[in-house]
Design a protein around this ligand. Structure first.
Ligand code: PHE
Length: 497
């Protein structure tokens, strides 16, 4: 399809624009021959058509010269291949000395013989008494040679000379003349004007650099169509996950908990050892945890707890046996990306020191997991802890019911579970559309965790994944959807703070 056909003068097709721009860029060269317009994106045919339209629309001036070229016609080509008729007749006659027209007609096609005889007659060779004979042959041969050369030079595309053209002028289809228009072009003021107005390739954004350098004065700017219907612009709003985070943190605050902070990078000693996770626990393996490489052994931030951890792990505390293995200090000093926010809980409780304390965090954790519809390697954990004299199993049950009902789950069930740092441990199962879904873990910290750190009251802790909760809230069947930033999905949850 040719875009031009539907175009009007004001709107140029991309190929017309390209040609016009080429002409503008080469303006100082004067009139530019059409065949010198070379565009990477368009072939000769397209350029030619674009040039014609630009001339017609009045954006380009042309200077047209007529060129004539000469080509061999059908007969000319045949003569070059098989010989000129006069040469065929001449040669045969020369060979025989004398021949009758009948004989010539029997060896050479009669129509060729006829032309041959006519031509030879003009050169002075005429039949007498029905017979053909060659005398003063040299002059004729020179002439035949000249005619052959003439056809050859036409075939080679050369100008054959006036005499040559005259020789064949009246002979049908030997040499044909073709005339064509050779255009030379130049962009005119209207063309420059339309380029200035055309938006393609024009500058859309004015930069401070353009203003200070003065480049804006000669710049071509994009035209704005103020009548065009625009897109509805929506104000900014919270990402659904941030919204949920805010909601959960408000629930904690309403319940009297205060927010604690921690670090993405933690010591194994705090992330694991302080939580009584033995050093050979599978969760410590490289495939589950991201460890941080260090040049030298890091200094432990709370060195006073190292001998305490050693004792607890190796020999336990009063009434409890411990793990009974040889504990390694350098293992505890290893740095890692925290695998759970329970590390913040225990670190904070240690530093708070005295009961009662109610703390929470909603923060990022990292797991060396393969990502799938239900798992992320980087996620947020909701974590709460209550450290007080009355932190017992029924308080835990009440807390879970209260917290989860504030999240919107009216029916929950606690099922026995296992975490190395809590005893008892309870998983929280919620009911959604008649189906039970396990949402989080909880428990009462073991004495091996609290006592060595000087925490003499019991403590309840619980946690769950924020993204898992988001899946339920936003009815997602793939957890990765939360981070895909699909603009339509995001817009469909235009939530207030
Ligand atoms: N830290 C646990 C997890 O990562 C959750 C949990 C927190 C369990 C507190 C018990 C007590 O899944």
């Amino acid at each position: 399809m040719n875009e031009n056909e539907s175009g009007n003068e004001e709107d140029l097709s991309s190929q017309e624009l390209a040609v016009l721009r080429f002409l503008q860029e080469n303006e100082q060269k004067g009139m530019i021959p059409e065949q010198e317009i070379v565009l990477t994106d368009y072939g000769t045919q397209i350029v030619r058509s674009a040039v014609s339209w630009l001339i017609k629309k009045g954006f380009v001036d042309e200077e047209s010269t007529e060129e004539t070229i000469y080509e061999l016609g059908e007969e000319g080509k045949k003569s070059l291949k098989e010989g000129l008729p006069e040469a065929l007749v001449y040669n045969y006659t020369l060979q025989k000395g004398q021949v009758s027209i009948e004989e010539l007609n029997s060896v050479i096609p009669p129509e060729i013989v006829k032309i041959g005889i006519t031509q030879l007659a003009k050169l002075g060779v005429r039949p007498s008494g029905g017979n053909f004979k060659i005398e003063n042959g040299e002059d004729i041969e020179t002439e035949l040679q000249r005619r052959l050369q003439c056809l050859n030079s036409v075939a080679e595309g050369k100008y054959p000379g006036k005499d040559c053209l005259e020789t064949f002028r009246k002979r049908g289809n030997m040499i044909v003349e073709r005339r064509y228009q050779k255009r030379k072009l130049r962009i005119n003021p209207e063309g420059r004007q339309i380029l200035l107005r055309s938006s393609e390739g024009a500058i859309g954004q004015l930069t401070p650099e353009m203003i200070s350098s003065g480049a804006w004065k000669s710049a071509r700017f994009r035209k704005y169509d103020l009548n065009m219907a625009g897109e509805n612009v929506s104000g900014s709003f919270l990402h659904p996950l941030s919204y949920l985070r805010e909601e959960v943190s408000r629930i904690f605050l309403d319940m009297g908990f205060s927010e604690m902070r921690g670090h993405f990078i933690e010591y194994s000693g705090w992330n694991m050892d302080a939580l009584f996770i033995p050093q050979d626990h599978p969760a410590r393996e490289m495939q589950d945890t991201f460890y941080i490489e260090t040049d030298r052994e890091p200094e432990f931030e709370d060195p006073e707890i190292l001998p305490i951890l050693k004792k607890v792990h190796e020999r336990g505390i009063r009434g409890y046996t411990g793990w009974g293995y040889k504990w390694s200090e350098s293992e505890a000093k290893k740095l890692l990306l925290r695998t759970h926010t329970t590390v913040s809980t225990i670190r904070n409780l240690y530093h708070i020191g005295k009961a009662p304390a109610a703390v929470f965090s909603i923060d990022r954790v990292f797991r060396h997991e393969s990502v799938d519809w239900k798992h992320l390697a980087e996620l947020h954990q909701i974590e709460g802890a209550y450290y007080a004299e009355d932190a017992n199993l029924s308080t835990l049950k009440w807390l879970m019911e209260e917290f989860y009902s504030r999240l919107g789950f009216s029916k929950i069930r606690l099922v026995p579970s296992y975490y190395p740092y809590t005893e008892p441990s309870m998983d929280v199962v919620v009911e959604i559309d008649g189906k039970e879904v396990e949402l989080g873990g909880s428990g009462i910290f073991r004495p091996e965790v609290l006592k060595p750190l000087g925490l003499d009251e019991p403590a309840i802790a619980w946690g769950m994944g924020l993204e898992r909760l988001a899946m339920i809230y936003y009815d997602l069947n793939d957890i990765r959807g939360i981070y895909q930033s699909d603009i339509n999905w995001l817009k469909s949850f235009r939530l207030r703070i």
